[in-house]
Design a binder for this molecule. Structure first.
Ligand code: ANZ
Ligand code: ZN
Length: 828
């Protein structure tokens, strides 16, 4: 039997589209909101990683529909961002042109994979009707004091006259022209995400999210409970304030470190050390924060020439300047305790500074640094106290003189929200000399992104928008005087901060979404995507959502109740003897061996991330043409546990394709007028596939379907009922082929209008247990019975047992029952 896959696929795709089979639900009764992270419309189309995510959300949606739910399963386009702008600069094509071309390509791919999105809810973040509301939300943030302007230091190239991202600075030089980069304070729009730090942290507990993503958010927010302590400077009345989470180790502080950027550096440095300190600061100015604090990097620093006084014991300790202390965390200064901190220990060893152990425990014997728990030593009056008690007592003592204060510190910083770029949402603010920053009135939204001739930065470091004077110059909405528009745009993360809200009410002209509809559909029940967004999109969206919740504009305090994160898809990369990568289309695989197609050279194989340079990118289009959409869908769900990394392998794909052929060929073995008898494997398959899909364990669901199909293939004839179960269970995974077979066996409506099979769980039980039967505590018999049989049934069976019933003539006093194990009958 042969199926003409592209043709069969297209036939059903057209039928579904015409009948709006998978379109928007009208009622939210028994709703499920299934969302996948909407794509950026890249020129390369969808990659296999997308296919893995979107197939899963599609399987889940189709499954939920067959279970009677109203399923909201929309998608759209996260279309602002640098790639489109860079493409525009290079090819002089307006970003809207390339974006819409890319969108129609990905849309074609999605349709060819049989994805049942609610296309009448499609949104595009670059559409003015959409970003009108992105701007409106920004204005609400501004009015609430959560959007503000500030001067913050950024990397600046004096030759290109533009700001650079950290990633664009290579060894302190501009990546493009090689000029030394300067730090420059630049006016930026900031969002006060730190105001939500505590709630963003606390509410993680109420989410059904993967533990590793929760941990990443927790670490990124980085709450530390500690204290600030003041160290008097020996030669002045000034104080150096440090932040520590280990107040208990104060007696072990053998030096103080200031970040090179610390404002006190100028005044603490002694005249004879000045030159050396200045040299150090200059030499280390360009090192990234990441390298500065890495535990395995050498710890550099320089002595300031002066001393500080430890407030707890008046010890005189040296002040050092070192870049392993960061300027924007805590107070930008630390007390260093080399005996109990790894970085301080490495530094003290390198610069021969004293190391005093102040915490001891059984496990610490002779081990430095010792970072664990214990009791205090070498700490005067506090010796013998536990870490906790000592902390309390030391705070109490020092706070009398205002030298210490408990303090909670977060790693999270406010969000730099402006970009000096063209392809983003204009920030809807007007600057007036008289009135200051004035938000654009609602009636004037959206502030449309104007057409420009050049997308490149203007050379003033401002966005290209600054060059369009008739756009920039406006009247102040407040006083009517001459004013100028803000020319910075929003970062690419803005549009995705609230898109899941717009899907609920995409055409609404009066509000970003109606309150009634939001109440019906929120929260998103299941959100699927990649872990790379763990602390970017997923944190930003939670922040906006909580703000909207506070404004009483959304009914829930969290947007995404359950999150599932996909594992990345690797693939074989082939190398020839010279170590060059060979493109997969030039590789012939024969069993365990791989050869070059034209030279027949034997190739070596390694599993690697897909990339163009390694020649191992698998194109979904190629696979679909050769094997059909269903084989790819089934394979992507079968390839391994969905949350874990997996490796694409053409032989595995062929296996999935064979499985589909087998499932199809079974339709030849159907009984004319079948019985409705359900056998054990059928029953077990219904139970297992159902619970596996609920748990997103698609690979084991497919294994079970394979067992099921194999089983049916061993029968001489198959009753229709059992085969229909197979097709229904397979439908979410292989919708095209299944619809075809469903039609072939005599149905004239879609299989997706049928209800998901339900089975009495008892029919799926094949395990028996041996139950010991006692009479008055003595073992008299054993009975074998299906596991989990009810108490009444077990006891009845025990009483009727041939060895037992003769013993019960006096009548029964009571029965003791231990499930699946024992019945003890006590007679009168
Ligand atoms: C003394 C001490 C003793 C410390 C000890 C640790 C262990 P978290 O948990 O990340 O908040 N620190 C404080 N500010 C810093 C800065 N700006 N740059 C680099 N390091 C800084 O870490 C808090 C600890 O990190 C603080 O507690 C401080 O070192 C250091 F046995 O103080 B600790
Ligand atoms: Zn004004």
């Amino acid at each position: 039997m042969k199926y003409d896959f592209p043709q069969l696929d297209h036939k059903w795709q057209k039928i579904w589209a015409d009948s709006k089979q998978f379109n928007a639900p009208t009622s939210s009764k028994s709703k499920k909101y299934v969302l996948d992270m909407f794509p950026y419309p890249s020129g390369d189309g969808m990659h296999i990683g997308h296919v893995r995510i979107y197939t899963a959300s599609d399987v889940l949606s189709k499954y939920l529909m067959m279970n009677g739910h109203s399923v909201l399963h929309p998608t759209g386009w996260d279309a602002f961002g640098l790639p489109a702008e860079n493409y525009a600069i290079k090819h002089s094509v307006h970003p809207t042109v390339s974006t819409s071309k890319n969108i129609s390509n990905i849309k074609r791919q999605m349709s060819e994979l049989g994805f049942g999105y609610n296309w009448d809810r499609e949104i595009n973040t670059t559409n003015p009707e959409y970003y009108k509301w992105t701007q409106w939300i920004f204005i609400q943030l501004y009015k609430a004091g959560l959007a503000y302007e500030a001067d913050v230091p950024i990397n600046w190239c004096p030759k290109d006259k533009t700001g650079l991202a950290n990633e664009e600075v290579i060894n302190g030089k501009c990546e493009r022209c090689g000029t030394l980069v300067e730090k420059r304070n630049m006016r930026q729009w900031m969002l006060k995400i730190t105001a939500y730090a505590d709630r963003l942290l606390a509410d993680l507990d109420q989410l059904d999210w993967p533990e590793h993503i929760i941990t990443m958010q927790r670490n990124w927010i980085g709450k530390s409970n500690g204290a600030t302590i003041k160290f008097r400077l020996e030669k002045s009345n000034q104080m150096a304030e440090v932040f520590t989470t280990r107040l208990d180790t104060l007696f072990g502080a053998t030096y103080v470190v200031l970040a090179p950027e610390h404002p006190l550096v100028g005044s603490v440095v002694s005249p004879d050390q000045r030159a050396e300190v200045e040299r150090y600061i200059k030499d280390t100015a360009e090192i990234s924060e990441f390298e500065r604090i890495a535990v395995d990097k050498p710890k550099t620093g320089v002595f300031s020439g002066t001393y500080a006084i430890n407030p707890v014991n008046d010890a005189k300790i040296p002040i050092w300047i070192a870049n392993y202390v960061l300027p924007h965390y805590g107070t930008g200064a630390i007390m260093a305790v080399p005996a109990h901190d790894e970085r301080d220990y490495a530094f003290a060893q390198k610069h021969q500074l004293p190391i005093i152990s102040v915490i001891k425990s059984k496990d610490s014997e002779g081990q430095l640094p010792y970072v664990g728990d214990g009791v205090l030593e070498n700490s005067g009056e506090f010796n013998g106290l536990t870490v906790n008690d000592a902390t309390k007592k030391i705070v109490a003592k020092l706070s009398q003189n205002h030298l210490a204060e408990l303090k909670t510190q977060y790693k999270l910083r406010d969000w730099v929200f402006s970009r000096q770029r063209y392809w983003g949402e204009p920030i809807p603010i007007i600057h007036c000399d008289k009135c200051g920053a004035v938000p654009v009135p609602d009636a004037d939204l959206p502030v449309k992104l104007p057409e420009v001739e050049k997308y490149e930065p203007t050379g003033t470091g401002e966005s290209p928008l600054a060059a369009i004077s008739d756009w920039v110059n406006v009247k102040c909405p407040k006083c009517g005087g001459a004013a100028k528009r803000e020319t910075n745009t929003m970062p690419q993360w803005a549009g995705s901060c609230w898109y899941y809200l717009r899907f609920i009410d995409p055409q609404n002209k009066a509000e970003f979404a109606s309150q009634a509809l939001l109440k019906e559909w929120l929260p998103v029940d299941c959100y699927l995507g990649g872990a790379e967004h763990a602390v970017l999109h997923l944190l930003y969206a939670r922040f906006w959502h909580k703000f909207l919740f506070d404004q009483k504009l959304v009914p829930t305090s969290e947007p995404f109740q359950r999150l599932e994160s996909v594992g990345i898809v690797l693939a074989n990369a082939y190398k020839d003897s010279a170590g060059r990568y060979v493109h997969i289309s030039d590789v012939v695989v024969d069993g365990e061996m791989a050869f070059h197609k034209s030279t027949s050279e034997v190739l070596t194989v390694e599993v690697e991330k897909m990339s163009k340079s390694k020649g191992n990118v698998v194109s979904p289009d190629d696979v679909i043409t050769k094997f059909g959409a269903d084989a790819l869908r089934v394979y992507m769900m079968f390839i391994g546990s969905w949350n874990e990394m997996c490796s694409f392998d053409i032989q595995g794909l062929q296996g999935s394709s064979r499985f589909l052929y087998k499932a199809a060929s079974l339709s030849e073995l159907l009984e004319d007028k079948g019985s409705e008898q359900i056998d054990l494997i059928t029953a077990k398959s219904v139970i297992k596939v159902t619970s596996d899909i609920e748990k997103m364990q698609f690979n084991t669901a497919i294994s079970q379907l394979m067992i099921f199909a194999n089983h049916l293939s061993t029968l001489k004839t198959i009753n229709v009922t059992q085969y229909e179960y197979l097709l229904q269970l397979l439908a979410p995974f292989a919708p095209h082929l299944v619809e075809e077979l469903w039609q072939k066996i005599g149905h004239d409506t879609s299989i997706f209008n049928t209800s998901w099979p339900k089975i009495d769980p008892k029919l799926a039980i094949d395990e028996n247990v041996t139950i010991v039967v006692q009479v008055n505590g003595k073992v008299r018999s054993k009975i074998i019975i299906p596991i989990h049989t009810s108490e009444t049934e077990v006891v009845t069976a025990a009483k009727q047992d041939s060895k037992i019933s003769p013993l019960l003539n006096q009548g029964i006093l009571k029965v003791i029952y231990v499930p699946d194990k024992l019945v003890n009958i006590v007679t009168k």
